[in-house]
Design a binder for this molecule. Sequence first.
Ligand SMILES: [Fe+2]
Ligand SMILES: [Fe+2]
Length: 269
Amino acid sequence: MDQPTLLPTRRVGTDTDLLPAYVPLPGLGVLPINAYLIHAREPVLVDTGIAPLRDGFLRALRALIDPAALRWIWITHADADHVGNLAAVLAEAPQARVVTNYLGVGKMGLQQLPLDRTYLVNPGQALDVGDRRLLAHRPPVYDAPETMAVFDTGTRHLFSSDCFGAVMARPAETAASIDKRELHDGLALWARIDAPWLAAVGRDRFTAACRPLRDLAPRLILGSHLPPAVDLDDALYAGLDAAREAAPFVGPDQAALEQAIHAPEPAVV
Ligand SMILES: [Fe+2]
Ligand SMILES: [Fe+2]
């Protein structure tokens, strides 16, 4: 895969659809970029995909719901892989308000998100969506301080944002279908790339930081950068811990890039 690619949407659990995409990470593999739709009484879109796939993303969303019925767009954080189609979705969803916090409003305000379309929630607070509450949590690993994971109290699904992402060799339907060693290494690699500060965190403090999310005992972990994960909590936390004990990721520099570009083609035997 050498281009960002949308895969077909699918139901991944009660009331919950996945809008999956993958992007290539040159030299490393692929990374999922997931958005989710929660069919609550007041429907919620969790993140909005990436801009290069806008037309397909909007088509896929319209096939799942009339965007005019959307009431909430929960932006887990304001990175480009989460807000890529926010303005386009808002234009088709006049009833929807963007759920974020103070810093999120500031960052998205710089991208011209109008203040009257936002709704402030902080970690530890809940959003009532008619037939359930969505709890905002600060996950133990993140790359932007406004990050808020979402716990759906109706389904016990945890939308974990960048926490528990994995670099993968190829797309997969579920996290359980990935080879265990590959999943472990992919989780650790993503966490080293996305949260290099993990290497400076001691074991006890990190274990304590993970506790609130672990105690939720989610039925399903729905990460932004991982296929749906059931009964894999120990493996997912072990991946984060491996990143904490490893050196932060350092990518290729310009000289390495040019060497790769100019390397002779391997001989065909
Ligand atoms: Fe991020
Ligand atoms: Fe992300």
